[in-house]
Design a protein around this ligand. Structure first.
Ligand code: 13P
Length: 248
């Protein structure tokens, strides 16, 4: 039985008064849930949130990390820094990083290795563009991303794969439940083949892209879906709690 995880990616949203939203989330999910719960706020808020969330089931993560531990990399943040301020996870390979910062598979691979070096679990994102889906290239694209961005040494504990079709992010569009199941089952089989039965069959696979309280239950029930990576709807405690409730 794989324990699901519902993760919120705040992206470039949130300032110091967002602590009220985190306090509200803390009240809503104070009792242990049937899933792990994660918030990935902007790096500027991780330390403040980590004080508020101490002794709660809600964990914290970063949204990206540099591959190096420290050095002359203006504006970047290392996995060691994220760990130091209270994070246990980091997202790698999000499509917005791939597009805005040219993060290719090999960079994503180095970042994922860096996450492990610091003792963080990585949530590695894969997903196709709309043109790739229309050209029936979805599985090919995902196969390439998995092959080129998963480092040696993946385990079901240190790596989570998030499938985020780029065209579903922030658009209100989602694939059908059958389409989600097809891609997730493909990823599951690929991981079993490349990482071995034990690792591949136990790794958590998240769906991300316009997950809302109204569609979460249906999407989370698709085969080989072990949780969600939520953008917009994670910014409001009530909506995020509504998504977590899919696992009640
Ligand atoms: P939305 O939930 O806003 O579509 O964003 C999904 C996402 O990119 C999470 O990483």
């Amino acid at each position: 039985m794989i324990r699901p995880i519902v993760a919120g990616n705040w992206k470039m949203n949130g300032v110091s008064n967002s602590v009220s939203e985190i306090n509200s989330l803390k009240e809503k999910v104070s009792s242990p849930s049937n899933c792990d719960i994660l918030i990935c706020p902007p790096a500027t808020l991780i330390m403040a949130f980590s004080h508020i969330l101490k002794e709660t089931p809600i964990e914290l993560g970063g949204q990206t990390c540099h591959s190096a531990a420290s050095g002359a990399h203006t504006g970047d943040i290392s996995s060691e820094m994220l760990k130091d301020c209270g994070a246990n996870y980091v997202i790698t390979g999000h499509s917005e990083r791939r597009m805005d910062h040219g993060e290719l598979d090999k960079i994503v691979k180095a970042q994922t290795e860096a996450a492990w070096r610091a003792g963080l679990k990585a949530i590695l994102c894969v997903g196709e563009l709309i043109g790739e889906r229309k050209a029936d290239l979805t599985l090919k694209v995902i196969e390439r991303q998995l092959k080129n961005s998963i480092p040696e040494g993946a385990t079901a504990d240190n790596l989570i794969i998030a499938y985020e079709p780029v065209w579903a992010i922030g658009t209100g569009l989602t694939p059908t439940v059958d389409d989600v199941a097809t891609v997730h089952t493909f990823i599951r089989n690929n991981l079993i083949e490349t990482q071995g039965q034990q690792v591949g069959s136990n790794m958590r696979l998240l769906y991300g892209g316009s997950v809302k309280p109204g569609n979460a239950k249906e999407l989370m029930a698709a085969s080989n879906v072990n949780g969600a990576l939520v953008g917009g709807a994670s910014l409001k405690a009530e909506d995020f709690a509504g998504i977590i409730a899919a696992y009640e």
